[in-house]
Design a protein around this ligand. Structure first.
Ligand SMILES: [Zn+2]
Length: 188
């Protein structure tokens, strides 16, 4: 999936976070969750730092070069384990309590959800994503795909420009969250 597809999907996850923030605020928990939004966006483009031609690599060339010296594209930075670890760290930090705990939690949860959103996008491609450590047991193949193996034609082919199918999948993700958010604001 290209940068644009990942960015659009990250925006969808941010909308989902906004909705949760809105609901929490209605229940007396202040809008601290909104601090997560830039970290959702960061998490949703960060894994491609392992690709020399990605936008994030152009921004952070030294970090990208270091990471590329230890992994191939869609290797270790695309492990699901990272997203889960970030979310677990967020929950851990929240136990410290106070505003530090609250903001720290949303920063790490945002980063984790952004990362998982990136992997959701890449799992729609033919190349799939690596299984990482926690999901090693999941299937007999080396990688993971969102669509069943028998329905491979639904998968995206990777290119420099987003295909129509990529726009469609990303828009479905973001549109679904936007629709839910609208319903919550109107009826909630
Ligand atoms: Zn990627």
């Amino acid at each position: 999936m290209t940068y644009k597809g990942h960015f659009l999907m990250g925006a969808g996850t941010s909308v989902a976070m906004f909705t949760v923030g809105y609901l929490l605020n209605a229940n007396g928990i202040p809008y601290t969750l909104f601090v997560s939004v830039p970290f959702v966006m960061l998490g949703s483009i960060l894994p491609d730092i392992d690709n020399e031609n990605s936008r994030i690599s152009h921004r952070l060339p030294t970090i990208s070069k270091t990471i590329r010296s230890v992994t191939t594209h869609r290797g270790i930075t695309h492990w699901i384990d990272w997203g889960i670890l970030f979310i677990a760290m967020g929950i851990g930090i929240s136990l410290l309590g106070g505003l530090f705990g609250l903001y720290g939690m949303w920063i790490f949860v945002g980063l984790g959800l952004g990362h998982l959103t990136h992997l959701l996008g890449d799992s729609m491609t033919r190349a799939g994503i690596p299984k990482g450590i926690l999901f090693r047991w999941l299937n007999r193949r080396k990688r993971l795909w969102l669509f069943p193996y028998s329905m491979k034609t639904l998968s995206l082919t990777t290119g420099f420009k987003p295909s129509i199918a990529e726009w469609l999948y990303a828009a479905l993700w973001t549109g679904a969250w936007a629709l839910l958010a609208t319903m919550v604001m109107v009826y909630g």
